[in-house]
Design a protein around this ligand. Sequence first.
Ligand SMILES: [Zn+2]
Length: 290
Amino acid sequence: MKIIGHQKQIDMLNSAIEKNRVHSAYLFVGQSGIGKKQVALKFAQMLNCQNLQDFKKPCGECLSCKKIEKSTHPDVITITVQEEKNSIAIEQIREMIKGLQFRAVMGGYNIRIIDNAHLMRVDAANSLLKILEEPPENTVIVLITPVPKSLPSTIISRCAVIYFGILSDEEIKNEIRKYNLPSDEVEFINSTAAGSLGCAIELAKNIENISDYKNIISDFQNGKFLNKKFKERKEAVDLLNMLAARVRVEKPEKLEYVLKMKNYITRNANIGLTFEVMKNNLKQKNEFAE
Ligand SMILES: [Zn+2]
């Protein structure tokens, strides 16, 4: 499992294991697409690695490490929004809790990763709270979110919170150069991705879409893009991420506004409505108009 950056966070988790001070619940906070889930899986490997000789865990070679890498480990399960749904349902959390009543099949820790934890419905979050209050032995639950404010404070207070920073320009560019792109495209992708490797790789893989993205950004700057129809929430969030990256460089005073809109959409606000509000707001204040 290859992870770019975040060495400080990985060292922190490693030292918790070495000192026998592993918490039963963690909250990983940081922008989308920077590799928080990868770190959670590596943490799971570190916790459940079966290689007794190897000083530096995870070994990446034992059965447990390999199963986690292939997402087939019976004791390491990721919970997230199911396809065609827009929230994590209480049934998913109930099922998770039921599974945690049994010992780990392979003898290590029972690990559950709740990705996009802010998308838990209130009843699901309440149900989760109960198990956070009385966690079974050898259980580690990792919650992942870019917007911790959307989680109930009762949940946050039960978790060890670990913050993840964005990746550096060099970390991003080194990865993107592997796609053999011309250097101005590498620069464009880097500035657009704003520290999100996930976003950068997405752009590099779909190089033919780059001109579309460039058009979207210039349309936005000309106040045109707001009529665009979004098929998926992710598409709208991606666009606002790119926009935020541009605005951060070109008009930092507008950044807060764009991030606020992005948060609304991440938190499941109606996309059309949010963009309508944004459009009216932009018209009144003539925001972003060149
Ligand atoms: Zn191992």
